[in-house]
Design a protein around this ligand. Structure first.
Ligand code: ADP
Ligand code: MG
Length: 434
């Protein structure tokens, strides 16, 4: 029974290792490809197989599972020659004996064979690939049991037959089944990502054409009026200014779209938050006055983050503009900076209309607006894409009828420099207190 237990234990190790590899690949965010991780998996598996080699005392025959990673790597990745050389070198350390030359012969021939049939193999269906791998393992084991002359062993030959003809093919079958599942999941994931992207582009296309058509139609109407010669000078100037403002709003929509589709920063520089936010507040004072909104700034000194100045301005103009627009009858807009040793938070609070849970959850969707023809529904979407590009996170709290707080958290410049902060995806946390 000892050999059987040994083999099953070794096989479970190979399976656990494969699952760990899958977890690692899922976490590595494309920095290490599946292929590289799989090669590392194969090499570690082979080393494990050699560590758990089973040797019968007094006889120069070793039993192990090394053909399992060899068959898998050879067929699925065409790595036969590489793995065979690796196996020969390690087997060489155990002694240049009959077993070594058998290894040399078997693995040498199969390596070349696998290398040749791997492209054909990969074109088969998943089921065919699994069955084919099992058959290859079975035939390989079967022929090995002859050359090893197991009937001469003092050991129970039934156990060796079982270990070679059943456990090894089953091992190859289980591992190729898991690999097929992984391939399917990765393909499905890629397909969903692609269709999501296409969906976003379609939505954006619809939003953009709608948003641009309105101001353009208005502008065309006034251009037609202008071509009327009997028009007074006063009207002439008025129409021109309307045309200008309509064209400007069309341009703004295009700019928003560009910011969304290309949030890559042209110039990344240290941004002194107090200075940048003061400029944004200054820019929005006229709008705030019109809505009788008082802006309160609570800025401490010296916090810095890294980003593109223009995009940063754009982001906070969009957020504060929404906040002011949410207080048509006046209110208080508070802009505050808070910091920890590794992060900096910017809080934008308003005492405006607030949002329902459903409205909060729709923030960031293209074309989502409650402002009718006055809104584009692109502002928050641009904010999310800029904050994501700056490795920041957004947290929204809203009370219907009482107000809304947007909290932005970015890695502080000192922590970015120390590379102490891992890349974080922007996450939209939705918290609602009723
Ligand atoms: P727009 O301002 O053109 O409508 P945005 O993307 O900027 O588009 O905002 C989307 C929607 O989110 C707004 O229409 C509004 O309903 C809601 N919203 C955003 N910020 C606030 C806020 N501070 N208070 C209340 N509602 C808000
Ligand atoms: Mg807006």
């Amino acid at each position: 029974m000892e050999l059987t237990v040994y083999f099953f234990f070794n096989l479970s190790l190979l399976i656990v290792l494969l699952l760990l590899g899958v977890l690692w690949a899922g976490k590595s965010k494309e920095s290490l490809s599946y292929r590289a991780i799989f090669i590392i998996y194969l090499v570690i598996s082979l080393i494990l197989c050699f560590i758990f080699t089973y040797q019968i005392e007094g006889i120069n025959v070793v039993f192990d599972l090394r053909k399992v990673p060899f068959i898998i790597g050879g067929l699925y990745m065409g790595l036969g020659p590489f793995l065979a050389v690796f196996i020969m070198i390690v087997r060489g350390f155990l002694g240049i004996d009959y077993g070594f030359w058998m290894t040399f012969l078997y693995y040498g021939v199969l390596a070349i064979l696998f290398w040749g049939i791997s492209p054909w193999f990969l074109k088969r269906s998943p089921m065919q690939r699994i069955l084919f791998s099992i058959c290859v393992a079975f035939l390989f084991s079967f022929s090995q049991t002859f050359t090893m002359g197991i009937w001469h062993l003092p050991h129970s030959s039934t156990e060796v037959w079982f270990a070679y003809l059943v456990i090894q093919p089953i091992g190859v079958g289980i591992i190729s089944y898991i690999i097929e599942e992984i391939i399917m999941t990765v393909k499905l994931h890629r397909r969903t990502m692609k269709s999501k992207r296409l969906e976003a582009v379609e939505q954006m296309g619809a939003a953009i054409s709608h948003e641009i058509r309105n101001p353009l139609t208005a502008a065309i109407g006034f251009v037609q009026l202008l071509s009327n010669e009997a028009i007074s000078n006063e009207n002439h100037t008025r129409y021109l200014s309307i045309i200008k403002s309509e064209l400007k709003s069309a341009e703004r929509v295009i700019q928003d779209y560009l910011n969304f589709s290309n949030p890559e920063f042209k110039s990344v520089e240290p941004l002194l938050l107090k200075e940048e936010l003061e400029q944004v507040v200054q820019m929005l004072q006229p709008l705030a006055k019109r809505n009788s909104v008082k802006i309160v700034s609570i800025f401490s000194m010296g916090e810095e983050i890294e980003g593109d100045k223009q995009k940063f301005h754009q982001c906070f103009v969009n957020i504060m503009k929404n906040a002011i627009e949410a207080m048509p009858k006046g209110g208080i807009l508070t802009v505050e900076i808070e910091s920890t040793p590794t992060t900096v938070s910017i809080l934008v609070k308003d005492t405006g209309s607030g949002m329902t849970l459903e409205q909060v959850s729709r923030l960031g969707e293209p074309y989502y607006s409650t402002k009718g023809s006055k809104g584009t529904g692109l502002g928050i979407m641009v904010v999310y894409s800029i904050v994501r590009a700056m490795n920041g996170t957004i947290h929204v709290e809203s009370n219907l009828g009482k107000g809304t707080t947007f909290e932005f958290t970015f890695p502080s410049l000192s922590s970015t420099l120390l590379e102490a902060v891992d890349d974080k995806d922007t996450e939209k946390e939705l918290v609602m207190n009723r």
